[in-house]
Design a binder for this molecule. Structure first.
Ligand SMILES: Cc1cc2nc3c(=O)[nH]c(=O)nc-3n(C[C@H](O)[C@H](O)[C@H](O)COP(=O)(O)O)c2cc1C
Length: 400
């Protein structure tokens, strides 16, 4: 089934309870063929299962906390109303966090790169200005058409993707979205990808002076052409990219870690030393599906990146390990579908979270996470959400 960018015109609230197939069908209407991403027609889980894990529970009961937080109703303003709420607190609760050094956000919920377009596509579906920040689609120096089909395949509790960084190139993105981002009223973090150190620097230079851009997130899961290695797998190369970008910009630089590195903690330490202001943990996990009828891999590229609830325990584990090794803030990512998932990351030491794959099933998911976190702070009588950051870490336990 084709997936295309959400259409611009939406004249009724999103019904989050309907099937993802319906949502995707609606979102796909009236869009350019260029933007299409084929979904592999394979058997198995629906994307709702893949993205939310809900139908995949095998009879598992929701936890008491999930039940408690799920009773929180989304206010009407969560849906479509074009309220500009950059300074608003959620229900009077202090949710502000430092998502990176010098990057204070009004709440800890961001959208993940590649799962929220350029933000503007979702602006008529949800009140984007309520988000802590958005991270745009991975941006390279030159335009990229992306990989061969299929680019997305469903798995029982996640999705595999090999989009291949399809984007119009840094200059095109900067020109097309600078004004639109300003109107969204939400901070934008530009996700930067490249094939050489110079590529990263050139992308960053294209966004200089755009007011709504508040930080850069370096996607270092790209091959280093010379050695055929991933920047993110090699602490030295990861540090080189970080250092070069830090010299190019005064904005905070966040390095996105790949779980496919042999030693993720070593990479985290190296980029901190090189000046990184924050980390995102994690990017997708390498995976593959085989089409047993065709007797070959489902994805056009063979392997792809696994995301969604399937990778959450991996992501929480890496967050927990990295949080003990560095002192810069960490943004957790990987299978966040609700506030309880987000709390796992925060308690493991993350200062913020990104919601990615879950947004495909439910565009309101990031806002529900914000509401759930506000409810948690209220229920537990905390002074702010910052009180839960790192509480599950060994150091914090010793202090109790
Ligand atoms: C379709 C798709 C496209 C993605 N594109 C990018 C990208 O361009 N740059 C990047 O750093 N991460 C990209 N990611 C990874 C996500 O930002 C995120 O790190 C990962 O999916 C884990 O979070 P999730 O389980 O909440 O989706 C992509 C993920 C998906 C599913």
């Amino acid at each position: 089934m084709p997936w295309r960018r959400p259409r611009k015109k939406v004249d009724r609230p999103v019904n989050v309870s309907r099937a993802i197939e319906e949502t995707l069908e609606e979102l796909s209407a009236d869009e350019d063929e260029d933007d299409s991403v084929e979904l592999a027609g394979v058997d198995g889980a629906s994307i709702v299962e893949a993205a939310t894990g809900e139908a995949d529970t095998g009879g598992r009961m929701p936890s008491p906390l999930a039940e408690q937080l799920s009773r929180v109703e989304l206010s009407d303003t969560a849906v479509i109303t074009p309220v500009r709420s950059a300074e608003r607190t959620e229900h009077g609760v202090d949710l502000a966090v430092d998502a990176a050094r010098s990057l204070r956000l009004k709440n800890p919920v961001l959208t993940a790169s590649g799962t929220f377009g350029q933000g503007v596509e979702y602006a008529e579906l949800i009140d984007v200005s309520r988000l802590g920040a958005i991270v745009n689609k991975g941006t390279t120096v030159l335009a990229r058409p992306g990989n061969a089909q299929y680019r997305i395949a469903e798995t029982p509790s996640g999705i595999l993707n090999s989009i291949g960084l399809e984007n119009p190139g840094a200059a095109g993105v900067a020109k097309k979205y600078a004004k639109a981002w300003a109107q969204l009223g939400v901070p934008v973090i530009v996700n930067v990808a490249g094939y050489s150190v110079d590529d990263y620097v050139r992308v960053v230079s294209e966004f200089a002076g755009i007011a709504s851009v508040v930080a850069y997130e370096l996607n270092i899961s790209c091959p280093n052409v010379k050695g055929g290695m991933l920047f993110g797998c090699d602490p030295g190369l990861a540090a080189d990219v970080t250092r070069a970008v830090k010299q190019e910009t005064d904005l905070p630089v966040i390095v996105k870690l790949t779980p496919n590195a042999p030693d993720v903690v070593a990479v985290a330490r190296a980029v901190e030393e090189a000046g990184a202001d924050g980390l995102t943990a994690i990017n997708t996990v390498l995976g593959m599906r085989i089409d047993t009828t065709k007797r070959r891999p489902v994805l056009g590229t063979g392997s792809g990146g696994l995301s969604g609830p399937a990778i959450r325990p991996i992501a929480v584990h890496i967050t927990y390990q990295v949080a003990q090794a560095v002192s810069i803030p960490i943004i957790g990512a990987g299978g966040v579908t609700n506030a309880e998932d987000a709390l796992e990351f925060l308690m493991a030491g993350a200062s913020a979270v990104q919601v990615g794959t879950a947004t495909f099933a439910d565009p309101l998911a990031p806002l529900k996470v914000i509401e759930g976190l506000a409810a948690y702070v209220k229920i537990h009588g905390l002074s702010s959400i910052r009180d839960v950051i790192g509480v599950a870490l060994p150091t914090s336990q010793q202090a109790e």
